[in-house]
Design a protein around this ligand. Sequence first.
Ligand SMILES: *[C@@H]1O[C@H](CO)[C@@H](O)[C@H](O)[C@H]1NC(C)=O
Ligand SMILES: *[C@@H]1O[C@H](CO)[C@@H](O)[C@H](O)[C@H]1NC(C)=O
Ligand SMILES: *[C@@H]1O[C@H](CO)[C@@H](O)[C@H](O)[C@H]1NC(C)=O
Ligand SMILES: *[C@@H]1O[C@H](CO)[C@@H](O)[C@H](O)[C@H]1NC(C)=O
Length: 453
Amino acid sequence: MRLRLSLVAIVLCLSHVSSAVAIPRHESSPDDQAHPRQAYGKIAPKVMIINMFYDESKIWHDSLPVLGKGSLLEKNITLGGLHPLHPHVHCTASGAVCQATLGEAEINAAASMAALVLGADAQAVFDYGRTYFLVSGIAGVNPKLGTLGSVALARFAVQAALQYELDARDMPENFSTGYLAYGTDAPGRPPTSFYGTEVMEVNEALRDAAFSLARGGSGSGSGSGGGSDYVGLADDDNAASYRAKYELATGPQGTHHANVYAAATAPPSVLRCDSVTSDNYYSGPLLSEAFENTTQAWTGQAAVTYCMTAQEDSAVLQVLLRAHLARRADFGRAIVMRAGSNFDRPPPSMTPFEHLRLLGQNGYQLALNNTWNAGSRIVAGILSDWDGVYGPGIPPANYVGDVFGSLGGTPTFGPGSVFGGRGAAADGSTYVGGAEGGAGKRALIGGGSGGGG
Ligand SMILES: *[C@@H]1O[C@H](CO)[C@@H](O)[C@H](O)[C@H]1NC(C)=O
Ligand SMILES: *[C@@H]1O[C@H](CO)[C@@H](O)[C@H](O)[C@H]1NC(C)=O
Ligand SMILES: *[C@@H]1O[C@H](CO)[C@@H](O)[C@H](O)[C@H]1NC(C)=O
Ligand SMILES: *[C@@H]1O[C@H](CO)[C@@H](O)[C@H](O)[C@H]1NC(C)=O
């Protein structure tokens, strides 16, 4: 209930003459749905699958007919501004399920998403008022939390490399990494100066419902972690032989040699843990642990929750947040799903370089397959429970949005709401200060922002 578009923003938007539909808000009760009038003639997808490159899309193109809801190649819609290699949005004949390929890394993801949800062509063709955006991609996986073929549903996406960086050979002797957050003088601290995209938090109740669906459950009722409904993911002997190399890992002295990488040695499963976004395709134990620490420090979680590393999720979510503010999409309907295709750090017997470039980890096809195995259950669940659950929407109980409180409410991380808890008004009038200091990038954030942090 904390995702509250400020009334100010709504009132201001009313002065716009716009063909856009009203976006249903999470605080509206089911009978308050007077507005999900699908704009006449527009395609109103129930699910938009978001992939980053061809193979990630191909598994959906090849497999979707299995669900009996049609093929994604029945409608190809050209939108200006999409990636040059992927200029079409693909949809089933009914338009209930669509798919777009963004291109890889942060710039492609943000540019293509902006064309997909905010572009003039998209506005003429699509009504995203009740659309679920399902990020379906492969990723690097943290062997402390998952393994090759594991599928994770994230609550947080953290733009972990958005920091100062010193080459490790140039850093002070007592630093554990060359990365330090903006405004700080030591690694491992949360930033005191923000760009806004550092942490994005999605609707946890929806995440939990998607988790339940992906495990083969009904998805209704949020996130029972119970195991009775569990349906396994695909596994593969070649991936199993690589993950077995992690069996030799031991914990720090005195921990009875507990294997810190025990999760890496188990068969793949569906997980709830978080996603790191970095343009830099980093690899190895030190960078991975540094960004594990970054994720923990920036989100304020008690435990390590970083399990997947990719190059797009923060960008996709930031554009959905902008689209929400522009009343073109509902940020509360974003689902971030990643499957591990490779480990972010080597097993103990191998150097980081051997692990990254010389030895095949054999997780690629398995991860692609499991985006389908888990993702198709999510899509099927959304379609089959549309009238009762997913059409009206699952209201978030957690804070939802960015580090600035742009959608309303106060984040539990970052500088606190810079909009006084009211969210960003269309004309900027609710900004109370604190997002950008007057003294350049080293300025401390927080004065007058009314938030903790
Ligand atoms: C859509 O594009 C795909 C290739 O990406 C093609 O195979 C398919 O026939 C096209 N569908 C239509 C209806 O033109
Ligand atoms: C490193 O050492 C310097 C000088 O003693 C000290 O001021 C600083 O706090 C230390 N930094 C860390 C990260 O331990
Ligand atoms: C991660 O944090 C732990 C605990 O503060 C610290 O011991 C470790 O050196 C950090 N790792 C890196 C690579 O910064
Ligand atoms: C992926 O799925 C295809 C089609 O079902 C199957 O032929 C292939 O063996 C699977 N590969 C892995 C590694 O799971």
